[in-house]
Ligand binder design. Structure first.
Ligand SMILES: NC(=O)c1ccc[n+]([C@@H]2O[C@H](COP(=O)([O-])OP(=O)(O)OC[C@H]3O[C@@H](n4cnc5c(N)ncnc54)[C@H](OP(=O)(O)O)[C@@H]3O)[C@@H](O)[C@H]2O)c1
Length: 234
């Protein structure tokens, strides 16, 4: 696809990887809407990006419907959904509380499904569209303390394959993008410290991968792309 004059919706575009993806899309000529729950952070990001802000929680069904309505009102149509909003809770199994587990699934799994469902209805009508699911290397293998987060990313991988199976016949491309560690606010929000180091990935590298997969001619697509830092140091 040609990103010039395309339209995109990036969930969780107010920070980190989503912000970098929104900026990359805008730099390449797209009109972009971003979502997030924190209104002030969202407005600051939208002002910095020249993006359209929509305050919405992906785990809230009426917020999701409102998001699609607002995007269509602002842009007329949608070409790209980037399902990026995500949170983490990292605890070992015997300390895992139900509320934390369900909160991760509400955003990372249910939220992604609700957003994709509403976008897919529109994409099927148009016989065209792109869904980019930002998963993680946590979708590739398990690890200690990963019960909630890793399982949510495995679930996102599973849904990606189901949607791909259903939506290809409508010319809709569904991509899975697996970043390894990226320096963002994610760790702080999840209650752990990420050690900054210039050898680690930035949102820009993930945005680069998203741009690359989207720009292939619509007759083809890369189902999945994983991004590692070349030689990361703590
Ligand atoms: N950083 C990493 O190392 C890494 C590695 C692999 C994959 N990922 C994935 O990359 C994605 C982006 O993470 P990030 O690292 O950029 O983290 P981040 O800087 O914390 O950004 C997360 C974004 O999602 C938004 N968000 C969270 N819950 C939301 C909800 N329920 N509804 C709407 N927006 C919500 C946040 O804004 P509000 O809080 O204002 O809602 C924020 O804009 C996530 O899916 C994450 O799992 C991250």
């Amino acid at each position: 696809m040609n990103l010039q004059n395309s339209t995109a919706l990036v969930t969780g575009g107010s920070s980190g990887i989503g912000f970098a993806i929104a900026r990359m899309l805008i730099q390449n000529g797209a009109r972009v809407a971003i979502t997030g729950r924190d209104e002030r952070k969202l407005k600051e990001a939208a002002d910095a990006l020249n993006a359209h802000p929509i305050r919405a929680d992906v785990s809230n069904e009426s917020d999701v419907k409102k998001t699609l309505d607002e995007v269509l009102k602002a842009f007329g149509h949608l070409d790209i959904l980037v399902n990026n909003a995500g949170i983490g809770v990292f605890k070992n199994l015997v300390e895992m509380d139900r509320a934390g587990f369900e909160a991760v699934f509400a955003t990372n799994v249910t939220g992604a499904m609700l957003m994709a469902r509403e976008a897919a209805k529109h994409f099927i009508q148009r016989k065209s569209g792109n869904i980019v699911n930002i998963s993680s290397t946590a979708s590739l293998r398990g690890a200690p303390n990963g019960t909630a987060y890793y399982a949510s990313k495995f679930a996102l991988r599973g849904m990606t394959e189901c949607w791909r199976g259903e939506l290809r016949q409508h010319n809709i491309r569904v991509f899975l993008v697996n970043p390894s560690e990226v320096l963002t606010n994610f760790g702080a929000a999840a209650g752990y410290e990420q050690k900054p180091n210039p050898t680690k990935l930035r949102g820009e590298e993930i945005a680069h991968a998203v741009k690359a997969v989207l720009e292939m001619d619509d007759r083809g697509f890369t189902p999945e792309i994983t991004v590692f830092a070349t030689n990361p140091k703590d």
